[in-house]
Design a protein around this ligand. Structure first.
Ligand code: MG
Length: 255
């Protein structure tokens, strides 16, 4: 069931998204070699709560997980694609960190992710990060009222393939609003002109997850997902709203 949002609801999701973006900026600045992931989680929780939001992933029980999630951030390093738990691990020079989290404000959620190079990374890792960011940009550009959901997946998939990388199978974007995960499923692959028609009021999280090697994933004991062959992966995500006056990214800074 797809819930289209009113302009007032979109404003609340955007408020959540702005708390998220401001927090993310500070966490990404702190993510340096030698920093413990657990520390980033503690800082993020404090920043979100100080700004009047709630960490949306904290105590969330995702489909397919064995237990509720007990942190505010997901911090996934190198081959781990998503749902990495911020524990005792200290970031190292050359790592790539995927930071993914949600913020709830006044009953509405926003969700976004970034991938950051830690110190200096290999040219291939940097190309993967740049490609994934651009795949998200292209997905967002395709998300216009009147077009179809398949156009978003096509934009992401075709660009990813053109750069020699793979779209991760089995992980997708999603609708978002009162719930962190709502319908529709937003695939990172697709055929142009197919699927749900995009209309004003639709709010979705678009989130390409891309690998240098395998497109298959495997679930680790902490419920995180890593690439099946251990190859590097990257992830970028924004929550966007399709409105009468165009498509708006709700999880980036107002400039
Ligand atoms: Mg998401």
């Amino acid at each position: 069931m797809i819930y289209l949002k009113t302009p007032e609801e979109i404003i609340k999701i955007k408020k959540a998204g702005q708390i998220l973006a401001v927090t993310a900026k500070q966490i990404l600045d702190l993510a340096q070699p030698g920093v413990k992931l657990k520390y980033l989680d503690t800082v993020a929780k404090n920043l979100i709560e100080k700004a009047g939001g709630e960490p949306a992933f904290l105590n969330y029980f995702p489909y397919g997980a064995s237990k509720p999630y007990l942190c505010s951030l997901c911090t996934s390093v190198n081959d781990v694609v998503v749902h990495g738990t911020p524990g005792e691990y200290k970031l190292k020079n050359g790592d790539i960190l995927k930071l993914d989290f949600g913020v709830r404000y006044d009953g509405y959620n926003a969700d976004a992710a970034w991938t950051a190079p830690i110190g200096s990374v290999s040219p291939e890792a940097q190309k993967l990060i740049d490609t994934t960011r651009e795949a998200l940009n292209r997905g967002i550009k395709a998300a216009e009222a009147g077009r179809k959901l398949g156009d978003i997946g096509y934009a992401i998939e075709s660009y990813t393939k053109s750069q020699g990388f793979k779209v991760i199978e089995g992980l997708t974007g999603h609708g978002i609003g009162k719930e962190i995960h709502e319908d529709p499923v937003v695939m990172n692959e697709g055929k142009r002109g197919t699927g749900l028609k995009l209309e004003p009021g639709l709010v979705i999280a678009i989130e390409p997850m891309i690998s240098i090697g395998a497109s298959r994933i495997t679930q680790l004991p902490d419920d995180s997902y890593a690439t099946a062959d251990g190859s590097l992966s990257a992830h970028f995500e924004h929550t966007i709203a399709i409105t009468e006056s165009g498509t708006e990214i709700l999880t980036e800074f107002d400039s």
